[in-house]
Design a protein around this ligand. Structure first.
Ligand code: SAM
Length: 280
């Protein structure tokens, strides 16, 4: 039975991040049946297509491409099936494609996305850090001041932070994290899905010592666990906090304020606030 031709539009297709066996059956099928492939580097994508035994028209595309190049691709999408891939992983994730997708949607063209590998998700699943809430923050700036400013901005976010990193910059980033994200558990996930895959966890100090002695090669996902919970104040301190709050708040409000600020049990604080109010 002949496979039906693909409907016109844009197909965003994730590709492997190292292990070619990670191409999905659907991705291989769409790459084989599409009319045109837009890619960052025709040599890199050419190798993947060779591996799959596919020959296809390729167009170079990145977000700095001229408006003309984008216009041409958008024009083709009205009548042809156009696949967008990046060199590796999921397009648009620290990779080109955002502008193309946005403009395709604005023009009412069909856009669909085929899920597959992304280094940030592989790193997150491997690191053993909390995954219920995380923030992907892409690459940190390379200059010390800008890197520190970004980390200071992210420091208050109660979530695991996920960054992309390169070997030559890893120790500088770990050092900045030691300063701006103190007390966090960090993880370095390296060469994911490849022969020398590694995931190493530790404090900033431990990881700085290790990677200064063993300069890392290859591609890296760097993760920082959520900020540590603030240390619970001692009982005497709790009384001091409650007394201060009771000067301008009701016992219920004072208990609520102190409970929120220090992650304590509101009911127990309310009982204590009532006792302090009666016998200050
Ligand atoms: N779009 C890709 C994705 O979905 O993973 C990411 C592209 S970004 C330009 C490249 C960065 O992703 C690398 O510098 C590295 O931080 C991370 N990366 C890609 N492949 C990786 C791998 N196999 N192991 C660890 N990190 C990887």
């Amino acid at each position: 039975m002949d496979t039906p031709p693909l409907a016109p539009g844009l197909y965003i297709v994730a590709t492997p991040i190292g292990n070619l066996g990670d191409i999905t059956a659907r991705a291989a099928d769409i790459l084989a049946r599409c009319d045109v492939i837009a890619c960052e580097d025709t040599r890199v994508t050419g190798k993947l297509l060779n591996h799959l035994g596919i020959r296809k028209a390729m167009r170079r595309y990145d977000d700095h491409a001229s408006a003309d190049v984008r216009e041409r691709l958008l024009g083709e999408m009205a009548e042809k099936s156009v696949v967008l891939v990046s060199d590796a992983g999921t397009p648009l994730i620290s990779d080109p494609g955002y502008r193309l997708v946005r403009e395709a949607r604005e023009l009412g063209l069909a856009v669909t996305s085929l899920p597959g590998p992304s280094a940030m998700i592989v790193g997150l699943t491997l690191a053993g850090l909390p995954t219920d809430r995380f923030m992907f923050a892409g690459f940190l700036p390379s200059k010390d001041k800008a890197r520190g400013d970004v980390l200071a901005e992210l420091a208050a976010i109660p979530a695991t932070l996920v960054f992309y990193e390169t070997g030559p910059r890893l120790v500088a980033s770990l050092t900045a994290m030691e300063q701006h994200l103190p007390g966090r558990e960090l993880a370095v996930a390296r060469e994911l899905t490849k022969l020398h895959e590694e995931c190493r966890s530790g404090t900033p100090e431990e990881l700085i010592a290790h990677y200064s002695a063993h300069p890392p090669k290859g591609e890296i996902v760097l993760l920082a666990g959520p900020p540590p919970a603030p240390a619970a104040p001692a009982a005497d301190d709790v009384d001091t906090l409650l007394r201060a709050a009771l000067e301008h708040l009701s016992p219920s409000q004072a208990a609520g304020q102190v409970a929120k600020a220090h992650g304590l049990d509101r009911k127990a604080l309310y009982a204590r606030a009532m006792a302090l109010k009666e016998a200050p």
